[in-house]
Design a protein around this ligand. Structure first.
Ligand code: ZN
Length: 349
């Protein structure tokens, strides 16, 4: 149904392909730089240090990092993971975080932005998709905002997860910023919750729609916080204070940014990932496997939102709310039983 213009010559096609590649690379660079900033945030916020005024410096010898070494990912590779001044081993986590954010930006660029929003529920995908219309002509302002809105959610989730890895509580400044940004942005652009079904062509009265979007965000945040609390109590290894706080924080933000109708779906996805891959997490981080699964679950939710909602019985905006609770109850029982079997098997060894 949606597609780019089809009757193009080879040269035109090559042009568009190279334009797409260059734009994707630009998004990759932006993502990598924001990933680099994320490393700074996660290191400095809990230490009460300033985020912008101080230049990047080596945590070991405190020498400022030279401009030529401060290029995300490549700087680390060029230095073979060591500080130029003191030879300190720069943890591989730094380039990995930069790569992760860059990958988030690029994957969402292809799946959500230049696809014309084919991953989104309710919202009609744009007929003329592709990089020329969506990025260079900014033909669909709601889509580009949805893209950055979702990037922000993924970015904040990753920040809370990394802080939990360092056994830090979610900093109040970060949570406040995430919540305020979400609510204000929703008030300005109510279509950021696509499940509300607000049409971008027919918005005679913006004010009720703004309130509907804010309410949807608050409701999502509350249900997310509730779900995070319940899961934190049910799953024993998340007991550590920082782990549970991270779980509640990430769940609340996910509910706020994606809406209340996604909370159960994200929970089911997170539990499924946790069940399949939870045992693969290194023992040092096993207490965080649910929070990690949750971050993966949020990614799947955004990338496959429309397809998930099309599955019969999948808890989504298309289902009555009673069905959500039924599905959740079944999932919780199944997960608990399987986990009990795994734990029993481990004890028996
Ligand atoms: Zn150093």
């Amino acid at each position: 149904m949606h597609s780019e213009v089809t009757d193009l010559s080879l040269i035109e096609r090559t042009n568009i392909a190279s334009m797409t590649a260059m734009t994707a690379f630009w998004f990759f660079c932006v993502g990598a730089s924001l990933g680099s900033f994320l490393n700074v945030v996660v290191y400095r916020l809990p230490r009460g240090m300033t985020l912008v005024r101080k230049k990047s410096s080596c945590p070991s010898c405190d020498q400022p990092i030279e401009m030529r070494d401060n290029i995300p990912i490549f700087g680390w590779l060029k230095l073979h993971g060591r500080c130029r001044n003191c030879g300190w081993h720069i943890p591989i986590r730094y380039p990995l975080v930069e790569l992760a954010v860059a990958a988030q930006f690029v994957i969402l660029f292809f799946v959500e932005l230049i696809s014309g929003g084919t991953n989104l529920p309710v919202r009609q995908p744009d007929f003329y998709a592709g990089v020329v219309w969506t990025v260079w002509y900014l033909k669909y302002p709601d889509l580009i905002q949805l893209y950055f809105f979702h990037c922000l959610l993924l970015y904040l989730s990753l920040a809370l997860l990394l802080l939990a890895v360092d056994r830090q509580f979610p900093p109040r400044r970060l949570i406040t910023l995430g919540v305020l940004a979400g609510l204000v942005w929703l008030a300005i652009e109510p279509q950021l919750h696509p499940t509300l079904g607000l049409s971008r062509w027919n918005m005679p009265q913006r004010s009720p729609q703004r309130w509907a979007a804010i309410w949807s965000g608050l409701l999502g945040m509350a249900s997310g916080a509730g779900m995070g609390t319940v899961l934190g109590m049910v799953i024993p290894e998340t007991k550590a204070g920082t782990t549970q706080s991270a779980l509640i924080g990430i769940f609340s933000l996910s509910g706020l940014y994606l809406g209340p109708s996604t909370v159960i779906s994200v929970t089911v996805l997170a539990l499924m990932v946790h069940l399949c891959a939870g045992a693969m997490v290194a023992p040092r981080l096993s207490h965080l496997s649910l929070a990690m699964s949750l971050v993966v679950g949020i990614h799947i939710q955004i990338l496959a939102w429309r397809h998930l909602a099309a599955i019969p019985f999948w808890p989504s905006h298309a289902q009555p709310w009673q069905r959500h609770t039924e599905i959740l109850a079944v999932v919780v029982v199944v997960v608990t039983l399987i986990r009990q079997r795994i734990l029993d098997a481990r004890l028996a060894k």
